[in-house]
Design a protein around this ligand. Sequence first.
Ligand code: KG4
Ligand code: ZN
Length: 334
Amino acid sequence: MIVMGIETSCDETSAAILKNGKILSNSIFSQIAIHKIYGGVVPEIAAREHMSKIPFVVAESMKNAGVSFEDIDGFAVTYGPGLAGSLIVGVSYAKALALSNNKKFIGINHLEAHLLTPFLEYQDFDFPFIGIVVSGGHTNIYLAKSFGNYKLVGSTRDDAAGEAFDKIAKMLGLPYPGGPELSKAAKQGVEGKIVFPQAVLKDHSMDFSFSGLKTAVLQFVQKNKDKIDAGEITVGDIAAAAQKAIVRALVNKLKKVQAANKITRIAVTGGVAANTMLKNEIVKMAEERNIKAFVPSPILCTDNAGMIAYVGWRYLKEGKGSAYDIEAEPALKL
Ligand code: KG4
Ligand code: ZN
């Protein structure tokens, strides 16, 4: 079975071709250079960019995979969560392709696609697993028991981890997207010179909170303006401390969830999984506990249509699909 995946939920226009669970092509047009000028994603511009780029991205994915519309059995598209205008472009385009070619059609939850990406890269990956989706919009920990059976055991009460990276980077004068920039800056800093406090949630839940850290960094920058100007404290020092605080929060929660559930596979996905410190800490944790960590390559962790095609393929081969009247759902949950 050959499936085309389409992803337009945020600022990446992407189309992929997947044959029997293996990626043949994964074309991604990133809008980062456009949104960088504004310091963040501008929804209206993102939607317009998706509209102008999607025909080319789709054509490129087919050319790279060497397939024609006749070869494709079905079309899978992200229908949420994400930016409304951006989602509508992908959903409409995929519907039109499926209808006009008389092929199968299915809407995919972006979070389920992130969660299952390790299947694209690891032969030995399987259910059950603990999966954390850490992106610009989500910080969700799931117990993934079997395909389609996921239990959300923790999420953020305010900012997502990626959002915290982005906002703190902005405060430090680093360009968008802040995550990779902050982690680059952190390499130049002295780790441990500054320590930011960790959020303690009253009810011992598995939830996260990153807004306190954001405030702590802002207050620190304001209070230490003279030392920063004099070069006694560098942006790198602050970035190292902020990164450490975010990673520590993520890893500590994962340790608790793992101890409570005894599941021996941990999957880290979403854009923040590209963070080297996070990856190293999770691998270390897995070694200490004699369990296995799965952190897919950055290209599969950040938004891409390969992951959408994969989940689409799993549903379509079970005979499932969506009606043509499904609509974009910006606040779709998993
Ligand atoms: O999954 P993704 O591509 O898009 C969403 O669905 O949100 O994730 C993007 C997020 C951004 O917040 C970005 O700053 C963050 O992932 N990110 C990183 C790194 N690379 C991307 N955060 C920390 N370190 C990185 N190396
Ligand atoms: Zn995403």
